[in-house]
Design a protein around this ligand. Structure first.
Ligand SMILES: Cc1cc2nc3c(=O)[nH]c(=O)nc-3n(C[C@H](O)[C@H](O)[C@H](O)COP(=O)(O)OP(=O)(O)OC[C@H]3O[C@@H](n4cnc5c(N)ncnc54)[C@H](O)[C@@H]3O)c2cc1C
Length: 296
């Protein structure tokens, strides 16, 4: 299978989300395969590697023009980011820059400009790679993921969406519509660190996203997420709890390191080693906490 074989795929571009859901539902009932297409930056790689070619070719259902997937909004509390908004649009969006600067910053480290112009959070979430930078960035905000099918709409917490290596709890007939989360208080601290072989066009050895609201030396809201240190995006529950329960001035490097070590299970692979990833995971969390004033 090569890119030249793309013309063998059946292709549909529904005009609305409802029409897309109806089509997906009809095909599911017939047992026919469908693959959604947003920016195509993961899908085209799968096609060129022959990965999408097992069994009969799926229908390619293009969701890139569906307007319900294309907007960003803020109601004073909750930020909503459409699954089909490209990384470049997120980078430039004034609402994202204001209320989720970590997300805007992360987009600069995704692939290169061409990937940023096409790739979307919906595709990043659906592919569910443990190295997904976009998933790590939004996971630090504890989002819910809105999915829709002809059976209705569900809002799935990120921890429930991720079920295993490249696996999610999204059903085959569900479209990821948007990501929603409560924006942190204005001026809250945030951190994005991507450690890779190069600054651009590199899959993360480790990527770290952190957000924190700090009052009187205590962290009152905290969100951490990390890519490439476990089978799914790691949400670091033990580290979050330690930081929430301990005044910043009483945090120790040893306690932080132990919490991080208990939250991640990195592996050796072609990009890095388990030991380097473990060392880096501890270092990036301590770096953020030092910025908040902790003596770690
Ligand atoms: C050169 C290169 C560099 C890259 N660099 C990075 C990087 O630095 N960091 C990183 O995290 N990723 C990177 N990627 C991977 C990819 O760009 C991202 O995962 C991107 O977010 C995928 O989005 P997309 O819209 O292109 O998805 P697509 O390729 O269109 O779709 C990917 C999968 O998601 C499904 N899907 C898409 N939209 C929806 C939806 N709304 N609802 C349900 N399912 C949906 C599709 O059916 C498909 O299975 C890179 C890829 C390439 C080719």
């Amino acid at each position: 299978m090569s890119l030249a074989d793309l013309s063998r795929y059946e292709f549909a571009r529904p005009a609305s989300l409802d029409a897309a859901c109806r089509l997906l539902s009809d095909r599911e009932k017939k047992g026919a395969r469908t693959v959604l297409l947003a920016g195509g930056t993961d899908f085209m790689v799968q096609v060129s590697q022959g990965g999408a070619a097992e069994g009969p070719l799926p229908l390619v259902l293009d969701v890139s023009r569906i307007k319900e997937l294309a907007c960003v909004s803020f109601d004073g509390t909750t930020l909503r980011i459409g699954a089909g908004v490209s990384y470049l649009e997120l980078q430039r969006d004034p609402v994202v820059r204001e209320y989720a600067p970590l997300v805007a910053r992360m987009t600069q480290d995704i692939g290169g400009p061409t990937i940023q112009g096409r790739g979307t959070l919906g595709g990043n979430l659906a592919t569910a790679s443990p190295a997904a930078d976009g998933v790590a960035a939004i996971a630090a905000y504890d989002p819910v993921i809105e999915v829709k099918s002809s059976r209705g709409t569900r809002k799935i917490p990120i921890a429930v969406l991720q079920t295993g290596y490249k696996q999610t709890s999204r059903a085959a007939d569900e479209v990821i519509v948007a990501v929603e989360f409560r924006a942190p208080a204005h001026g809250s601290a945030w951190c994005w660190r991507k450690v890779g072989t190069r600054l651009a066009q590199a899959i993360s050895k480790v990527a770290f996203a952190g957000v924190a609201e700090v009052h009187d030396g205590r962290v009152t809201r905290v969100g951490f997420a990390m890519a490439s240190v476990a089978a799914t995006t790691a949400l670091l529950p033990n580290t979050r709890e330690l930081v929430r329960l301990t005044p910043l001035a009483q945090l120790t490097a040893a306690a932080v390191d132990a919490a991080v070590a208990s939250d991640v299970s990195p592996q050796d692979d072609v990009r890095s080693t388990r030991d380097y990833r473990m060392h880096t995971a501890k270092a990036v969390v301590r770096g953020f906490l030092r910025d908040l004033g902790a003596p770690v």
